[in-house]
Design a protein around this ligand. Structure first.
Ligand code: HAM
Length: 421
């Protein structure tokens, strides 16, 4: 008999893999709880209306990607495509707003979107989702992004960039809508059928379009960030200034509109260039109107979600690279220097550092090329002159800095820097 396979785009997480998940979840809980967030778990299945009202009728998620089903009583239900709408529903339903200790939440669990599966994009995926209610101050916007940065650092992710933008308030959006519609009208014939429709229903969503021609046309479109009102601009200025105070680097990305309609003012994404087209590891923003729109009090909200599959893929890639690359590469020029470098290489290995050297007496240029190819973090360079002075040059390939060390103690210094066994 033919065996039964899992549903396309939905993955098993097996022993050997699960350890990564456990580690990420453990660190998430630690960091989020230190910042005052408490865990909440909501059902995977909700009323369809929650998402169509919460996320927006004309978003890709609601239009195309939801798993919708009808129960035997004819009630329309949907598997949650994200957690924000569910957490807001629960917050309102249980009147958690009445309790000052119940304003900051995190949720970890599976989400469902019927997208075309590829690396980093699945139909069941998992999010670590964070939501904070009741505070409108830009200090919280900065703190939330800072917390995201701290979490990613603690799990050991490097090489990601924080993109930020402001989508203004409904007032500035109204004015911009007209400006964008006028722009889109000029190219109406060239837009894809979806964007033709979005042009009337929800022009901002044209920025989500994945069709090349539409993307090109939108390159020249006027930017919302340029036309936000003075209050929204002031809010954004303060967010940026707090981020700087918190030493949290960011880039401003006026094209980032996020795929969900509930956002206003601050929005952000953590972007990688190592996952092909799926470049967002996490994203979020402010949603001041959502609690009210879903029938609750008029309270502001802000949050983000991290895609766990994407985060874990990146962490695994990084640890693979680290495993394969030596910590130190020793380059030497001239026979005497080569002999001394040979000894030093063994000393470094004895000190517990993964070390490679060139045994073939090649030019310095080709030795450096090899060090680069191996992704060695540190390169030690010993020429005749350095040897005569009893020194060796140390280059930090990541920080692109260099300095000279006494040759005698080089192995010890390197051990101090790299932390040998
Ligand atoms: P989102 O940008 O739609 O935001 O999703 C957040 C993250 O979930 C993405 O950056 C990505 O890492 C991951 N993700 C999304 N779709 C997939 C997929 N098909 N496969 C794998 N990973 C995926 C939200 O969901 C908002 N609810 C975030 C938020 C919370 N905003 C405010 N509070």
């Amino acid at each position: 008999m033919e065996s039964i396979q899992a549903v396309k785009g939905m993955n098993d997480i097996l022993p050997g893999q699960i350890e990564w998940w456990q580690k990420v979840e453990r660190i998430a809980r630690q960091v989020l709880e230190d910042f005052g967030y408490r865990e909440i778990r909501t059902p995977a299945l909700e009323k369809l209306e929650l998402f169509s009202r919460g996320i927006g009728e004309s978003t890709d998620i609601v239009e195309k990607e939801m798993y919708v089903l009808e129960d035997s009583k004819g009630e329309k239900l949907a598997l949650r495509p994200e957690a924000t709408a569910s957490v807001v529903r629960s917050f309102i339903q249980h009147k958690l707003h009445a309790d000052p200790l119940m304003q900051k939440f995190y949720a970890i669990g599976p989400m469902f979107r019927h997208e075309r599966p590829q690396k980093g994009r699945y139909r069941q995926f998992h999010q670590i989702d964070v939501e904070a209610f009741g505070i409108d101050d830009p200090m919280l916007d900065a703190e939330v992004m800072y917390m995201l940065r701290i979490f990613l650092e603690r799990v050991g992710l490097t090489g990601v960039v924080l993109h930020i933008n402001s989508l203004g308030c409904p007032e500035c959006r109204k004015a911009y809508r007209k400006v964008l519609q006028d722009y889109l009208e000029r190219y109406a014939d060239a837009l894809c059928p979806d964007c033709q429709r979005r042009r009337h229903t929800n022009p901002l969503r044209t920025f989500d379009c994945k069709v090349e021609r539409c993307k090109e046309l939108l390159e020249g479109a006027p930017m919302l960030l340029e036309s936000i009102c003075s209050e929204c601009a002031e809010h954004f200025e303060r967010v940026k200034s707090y981020l700087k105070d918190l030493d949290t680097p960011f880039v401003i990305n006026p094209r980032m509109v996020r795929g969900l309609d509930y956002y206003m003012r601050t929005t952000f994404e953590v972007i990688t260039d190592r996952l092909g087209a799926q470049n967002a590891v996490g994203g979020g923003g402010r949603y001041n109107g959502l609690v009210k729109d879903l029938g609750g009090p008029d309270l502001p909200g802000i949050g983000f979600a991290i895609g766990m599959e994407r985060l874990i893929l990146l962490l695994q890639q990084e640890s693979e690279e680290q495993r394969r690359s030596p910590q130190v590469f020793v380059a030497a020029l001239g026979e005497a220097a080569r002999q001394r470098a040979f000894l030093l290489t063994q000393q470094l290995r004895n000190a517990g550092l993964e070390t490679e050297m060139d045994y073939e007496g090649r030019s310095l240029k080709s030795q450096m090329r090899r060090a680069d190819k191996l992704s060695a973090r540190h390169v030690l360079i010993l020429g005749e002159e350095e040897l005569a002075r009893g020194e060796i040059q140390l280059r930090d390939m990541m920080e692109k800095s260099q300095r000279n060390l006494p040759l005698e103690t080089a192995a010890e210094v390197l051990k101090g820097i790299c932390g040998g066994k």
